[in-house]
Design a protein around this ligand. Structure first.
Ligand code: FAD
Ligand code: 2HG
Ligand code: ZN
Length: 479
């Protein structure tokens, strides 16, 4: 048997070192079905000390390590390459809620805790953890941190970076960095925590986190609103902000083509409007109490906007069940896309005011480059973040579309670059966008990032080929 596997089994117990193809399979391909890799072993440590021991061993043997949480990455970030040299280090056995401080408004968790469990634990204590999106039932806090996840409540509460106070991280050489503090103020130099957030498993393995909690919103008002186009949706966003202030929690955009795709593929999704609109927004307000008052406020904003032509039609949820049904539509987009075929995925951000212009320019340019291409555009409009997905023309050979994808991506990202936007707002670079980095980041950005990588992971063992490409791996000494 492989010496490394024997040593790993000695550290973790045989049951937690997976070597058979059948046991490894769920860890070796991604949620979108785009990437498939191979691994020398999949290891499942149960504590920070075990992660540290695994890292010491891998560093000694020069073995690459791919950290993995819930494996819901949209950029192939948690899938190893095909060489079979790396181990996958799955954090899902590390699933303890370590502490909850209802006075200090913090929760301390293992990195492998599933996001929905953190939400539930907060709720049981009368508090609220706001990170939320479609994969919340399977993604983990470690993965959310490593990707700096966003989701549907960023407008009010911010991204994972803004929701985090402290981290515990195992470094490439096995040392444990204890930054697990709950301080809201700390002016003692560089924020090391922020280096690891968004680092996609390339600088260290996150093993624990202190997260911020909030007051639980007991009142919600949710509306599904038909709008003529992106420009109208942006004007409606301004109206909603003026009328509702901080109560505005979500402002999610979908084009009519996106809605049609969802209705076609997600059985239980029902359009709550009379007719298919050109576009729609899902608006949610939340507050501590007074749900009728909140609904009146939303209704007044929408009625005023019907008069000014920003809103074509609107449905306001009368209870939680209706609100859930509205959200089911929005949350069905990714699965509808997967059922339709392989999309060219783009996760872009830009100044909010540039979004209407971006969609018009990108739509025109991709249609010129690829006749019949189908843009499926949706996303977190209030955050300046669109998921600009492209599907092949009806009946187009998937291989022919795949061959066109790099050119289409170039077009979309050129439209983003000229608006000083970003090629990844929340899904990360992973392996999907790694080739774009030298084109889209300034040389000095890349140089500084490379210096940090070399400092923290001099042998280049942590999640190689993701985020920053380059630097050949040393030959493994235990083969
Ligand atoms: P994984 O997929 O396992 O890993 C993601 C990255 O983090 C990889 O680079 C991996 O190496 C690294 N990593 C994982 N755990 C650790 C760790 N403990 N230490 C260091 N590195 C680690 N994202 C959004 O931001 N907003 C959305 O609205 C959104 N919606 C989604 C909807 C669906 C249906 C799906 C499938 C995904 C969605 N995502 C969204 C993508 C999102 O990035 C992930 O769902 C989530 O943040 C990843 O968590 P995970 O535990 O699955 O991480
Ligand atoms: C969302 O906002 C996710 O629903 C997934 O970020 C986006 O599938 C996608 O492109
Ligand atoms: Zn998203």
């Amino acid at each position: 048997m492989d010496d490394l596997v024997v040593e790993l089994a000695g550290l973790l117990g045989e049951a937690h070192v997976l070597v058979s193809a059948q046991d490894q399979a769920p860890f070796l391909s991604d949620w979108l079905g785009k990437y498939r890799g191979a691994a020398r072993a999949v290891v499942r440590p149960g504590s920070t000390e075990e992660v540290a021991a695994v890292m010491r061993l891998c560093t000694r043997h020069g073995v690459p390590v791919v950290p993995q949480g819930g494996n819901t990455s949209m950029s192939g970030g948690a899938t190893p390459d095909g060489s079979g040299r790396a181990i996958v280090l799955s954090l899902t056995r590390m699933n303890r809620i370590r502490a909850l401080d209802a006075i200090g408004n913090t929760i301390t968790v293992d990195a492998g805790v599933v996001l929905a469990r953190v939400q539930q634990a907060a709720q049981q204590a009368g508090r609220f953890f706001p990170l939320s999106f479609g994969a919340e039932g399977s993604c983990t806090i470690g993965g959310n941190l490593a990707a700096n996840a966003g989701g549907v409540a960023v407008l009010r509460y911010g991204t994972m970076r803004e929701l985090t106070l402290g981290l515990e991280v195992v470094l490439a050489d096995g040392r444990i960095w204890d930054g697990l503090t709950a301080l809201r103020k700390d002016s003692t130099g560089y924020s090391l925590r922020d280096l690891f957030i968004g680092s996609e498993g390339t600088l260290g393995v996150i093993t624990g986190a202190v997260l911020k909690l909030f007051a639980q919103p007991h009142a919600r008002a949710t509306a599904f609103v038909a709008v003529p186009d992106v420009a109208a949706a942006l004007s409606l966003l301004a109206v909603a902000r003026d009328r509702c202030g901080d109560r505005l929690t979500a402002f999610e955009f979908m084009t009519g083509d996106c809605l049609s795709l969802i209705l076609r593929h997600v059985g239980e999704a029902r359009l709550p409007l009379g007719a298919m609109p050109p576009a729609a927004v899902l608006i949610e307000l939340s507050d501590q109490d007074d749900e009728p008052g909140l609904r009146d406020r939303l209704e007044a904003a929408l009625l005023g906007s019907i008069e000014t032509g920003l809103v074509l039609d609107a449905a306001i949820a009368q209870d939680g069940t209706q609100a859930k049904a509205f959200w089911r539509i929005r949350e069905g987009v990714s699965e509808a896309l997967v059922r339709e075929g392989k999309a060219a995925k783009h996760d872009v951000s830009m100044p909010v005011s540039a979004m209407a212009d971006f969609v018009a320019a990108a739509d025109a340019a991709v249609h010129t480059a690829a006749l019949g291409v189908r843009p499926i555009v949706f996303g977190h409009l209030g955050d300046g973040n669109l998921h600009y997905n492209l599907l092949p023309a009806q009946g187009q050979d998937p291989a022919a579309f795949a061959a066109l994808t790099p050119a289409l991506t170039r077009i979309v990202h050129d439209e983003i670059a000229c608006r000083r936007g970003s090629i990844s707002a929340e899904h990360g670079i992973g392996q999907l966008r790694v080739a774009e980095m030298p084109l889209r980041k300034a040389p000095l950005d890349l140089e500084l990032m490379r210096s940090l990588k070399d400092l923290l992971d001099p042998a280049g063992l942590l999640n190689p080929g993701k985020l920053l490409a380059g630097k050949l791996l040393p030959a493994s000494t235990s083969n």
